[in-house]
Design a protein around this ligand. Structure first.
Ligand code: FES
Length: 160
């Protein structure tokens, strides 16, 4: 092979390698879908066997969500009320007025939001205050005495 042809072949080969090095990541970005969603939207929030019926407990758990192509894991909390053996209700941690954190007051047996004095019953219903709707609820299921928490929904949607 003449020297000129050899150099031409080398240059063409190097161009092809550089082109592939630039094109492959772009093609992968365009053609491969973002991280596939987890099979289950439920996350484990903990053991409920030790909860007392009728006494709300704040439980925390880690929940992941997809933000573009990044998976973001955040700490979440829920106020969990055991209503019967193997039956719980998990409320979102924010007041339905303007989103303040509320808490359970054992003395009055109510959820209290101190920001603008909204009060909620143990069933999540608004008793008094400016809160426009009952506490939001997580979709839940129980597996082997462990609470599995799903999406947070307005109370009427989560029930049905
Ligand atoms: S945010 Fe709770 S009463 Fe306003």
């Amino acid at each position: 092979m003449p020297r000129r042809s050899f150099y031409s072949a080398v240059i063409v080969g190097l161009n092809a390698i550089m082109g592939a090095a630039l094109a492959l990541p772009t093609l992968a970005y365009l053609l491969i879908p973002t991280r596939s969603r987890k099979k289950s939207d439920f996350v484990d929030a903990g053991d409920i066997s030790q909860l007392t019926i009728g006494t709300p407990v704040e439980m925390s758990f880690q929940q992941s969500r997809i933000d573009g192509w990044r998976a973001v894991t955040e700490k979440r909390t829920a106020w969990v009320v055991k209503t019967a053996e193997n039956k719980v209700v998990a409320y979102g941690p924010q007041c339905t007025h303007l989103g303040c954190a509320y808490h359970w007051e054992d003395a009055s047996k109510q959820f209290v939001c101190p920001c603008h004095n909204s009060f909620f019953s143990i069933q999540g219903a608004v008793l008094t205050g400016p809160a426009p709707r009952p506490l939001d609820r997580y979709v839940t299921k129980i597996e082997n005495n462990r609470l599995q928490v799903g999406a947070l929904k307005p109370s009427d949607e989560a029930k049905g």
